[in-house]
Write a protein that binds this ligand. Structure first.
Ligand SMILES: Nc1ncnc2c1ncn2[C@@H]1O[C@H](COP(=O)(O)OP(=O)(O)OP(=O)(O)O)[C@@H](O)[C@H]1O
Length: 293
């Protein structure tokens, strides 16, 4: 570990009452509703008084800022290159949620230089006093970035919908996270379902296959109905929780926000944020360094 990295980690290890929860939203398959879940739940949490930061790690598409009609001049890559402070790239969304646009620069996170790693650690360490919850909206697929964001998070939400490829892709993601990355607990969001029953059936389909082949624990944490108002609100570049707060999907996002608030607060000082950043920037050479400590 370089002196810069060590000082970044020391900053994070200072006593602090802030306990930041870090939640990754993944799904395996594209288009299952990860961004909708991330951003609507973030705003629902903000409405309940939480300070929420969303990391848009859905590379290339920059979904979150497009969905909100925000224009990102700079993104996480500028922070990593030292051309901007994290504070400068954070966009402000509805109800004051913060959004970090992360485009191509983040794609190479595993190949960052040591100085960039140090910058990232320092940047995130500053965030812990400003936010209570970090939601990481990951990309589709099972790229290294999706895996590293998921394994670094405290809770992993997997969004699925009733399509065979959604179940198989979610299964593939759960399999690789459990077998190769030590993640064994998954919180499932059944999205675009026609009824609560359909949501439970979808969960049962996924559980059946994971129970058979994997040693993991799945929990159904939300059933989000298919809701036309979601598309209508996207067209207006508004969020459904704002534009149609009483519609079925909005109520489901609000319910998920309530659940998230009931999940245990991380016990370590600074909450899960420091663990998140440490794991995110971990490379084999750094792991060797740590084992010698
Ligand atoms: N519950 C829902 N009811 C109706 N439409 C939905 C629902 N959830 C998501 N959608 C729609 O599905 C589309 C894909 O949603 P979204 O962009 O959130 O998915 P994603 O998983 O983030 O996609 P990608 O993998 O491309 O980033 C959007 O048009 C969105 O409005």
């Amino acid at each position: 570990m370089t002196p810069d990295q060590a000082s970044g980690l020391r900053m994070m290890n200072q006593p602090n009452n802030e306990k930041v929860k870090v939640i990754a939203v993944s799904g395996g398959k594209g288009g299952v509703g990860k961004t909708s879940v991330s951003i609507n739940t973030a705003v629902a949490l903000a409405e309940k008084g939480k300070r929420v930061l969303v990391l848009d790690a859905d590379l290339g598409l920059a979904n979150v800022d497009v969905m909100l009609g925000l224009r990102a001049e700079r993104n996480l890559s500028h922070v990593l290159s030292g051309d901007a402070e994290l504070d400068d790239v954070i966009l402000r969304g509805p109800k004051g949620i913060g959004i970090i646009p992360a485009t191509s620069g983040t794609q190479a996170m595993v190949e960052l230089t040591q100085a960039q790693h140090a910058g990232l650690i320092r940047a995130f360490s500053e965030m812990r006093t400003q936010f209570d919850i970090l939601i990481v909206d990951t990309a589709a697929g099972i790229s290294d970035m999706v895996l590293s964001f998921s394994r670094a998070s405290q809770d992993v939400l997997i969004v699925v919908c009733d399509e065979p490829t959604s179940i198989t892709d979610a299964y593939a993601l759960i399999k690789i996270l459990s077998r190769e990355h030590g993640v064994f607990r998954f919180k499932i969001v059944a999205n675009m379902v026609r009824s609560l029953r359909e949501g439970m059936e979808l969960f049962a389909k996924l559980s059946k296959v994971t129970d058979r082949f994997l040693d993991v624990a799945l929990e159904l944490v939300a059933t989000v109905p298919f809701d036309e108002n979601l598309r209508k609100s996207v067209r207006k570049q508004k969020l459904i929780v704002e534009a149609f707060p009483k519609s079925p999907a909005a109520i489901a996002y609000q319910g998920l926000a309530n659940k998230i608030m009931s999940w245990p607060v991380p016990s370590q000082p600074g909450g899960h944020l420091e663990f998140f950043v440490e794991r995110l920037v971990q490379r084999p050479d750094y792991q060797e360094d740590k084992s010698g400590e």
